[in-house]
Design a protein. Structure first.
Length: 263
């Protein structure tokens, strides 16, 4: 089956490879059907390995680099292809300037962000859930690229992939308070509080604003309109799984970015 890959206009360049994966086109079954790329939630290891290999081949990459994601702020530099599909370390963002290595951020409602520095030829993949967003992992990644590759944030191109939309993502008062402490203006990120003190949260919009605050031009940032919760046939969703009584049993899609091999 042909893979259903989502592409961003900002990253549509001959010297770059990128994609946001979706559910169709893999070997996994049941609640993990079918292109599940996540190993940690009970799917058969052989199916996940086959799915990852299918994606690698479809994108024409030498290797895929994964991290053990922990909803933190750590940025990992990848200077060579990992051994097999073992994680390169614990963190929620990956950066590299080595061609042919696909940096992977895995999501199932959280926000995937891809960055490309066309001047110094470097890329990044970021997993930004609400906790990572409160810690501003997007800015931490831009800072890491600036330090490692002399990246100018004003020259970066970005893509924000499918994530859960605000209409399907109500959070409690404790999460609302954390975002109110981080953002001076929360309109468009948080809805007005409901009688219980909760609100609907748009993490993707929060990430977009953080990229702008980190120095990226607004025109350089593409954002998918796809909602993971609202597309059950196309995208995995942790919250939808919970609402269906299948807590902890769901697959994951990914954002992937790599420098094309030149010459």
């Amino acid at each position: 089956m042909t893979l259903d890959l989502v592409r961003a206009g900002t990253l549509d360049r001959p010297d770059l490879i990128h994609a946001f994966t979706t559910r169709p086109g893999g070997e996994s079954e049941g609640v993990y059907a079918s292109l599940n790329l996540t190993r940690s939630r009970g799917d058969q290891a052989a199916h996940v390995a086959a799915n990852r290999e299918r994606v690698r081949k479809a994108l024409g990459l030498d290797a895929l680099a994964f991290a053990n994601q922990v909803h933190g702020r750590a940025v990992l530099r990848v200077d060579g292809a990992p051994k097999g599909d073992q994680a390169v370390g614990e963190g929620d963002a990956l950066i590299t300037d080595r061609p042919g290595i696909g940096l992977v951020c895995q999501t199932a409602d959280c926000t995937p962000i891809l960055l490309f520095d066309p001047d110094h030829r470097a890329v990044a993949a970021i997993h930004s859930g609400w906790r990572g967003t409160v810690q501003n992992i997007a800015a931490a990644t831009v800072e890491a690229m600036t330090e490692a590759y002399r990246t100018d944030p004003a020259q970066l191109l970005a893509a924000i992939g499918p994530s859960i939309s605000a209409v399907n993502y109500r959070v409690g008062p404790e999460v609302v308070a954390e975002f109110e402490a981080v953002f001076d203006v929360t309109g468009g990120i948080l809805s007005p509080r409901d009688p219980e003190g909760g609100a609907h949260l748009d993490v993707g919009e929060a990430c977009r604003r953080q990229l702008v605050m980190a120095g990226l031009p607004e025109a350089a940032i593409w954002r998918s309109k796809l909602c993971t919760y609202g597309e059950p046939g196309r995208l995995f969703s942790a919250r939808r799984s919970h609402h269906r009584g299948e807590s902890g049993q769901f697959g994951g899609q990914a954002g992937i970015i790599a420098l094309a091999t030149v010459g």
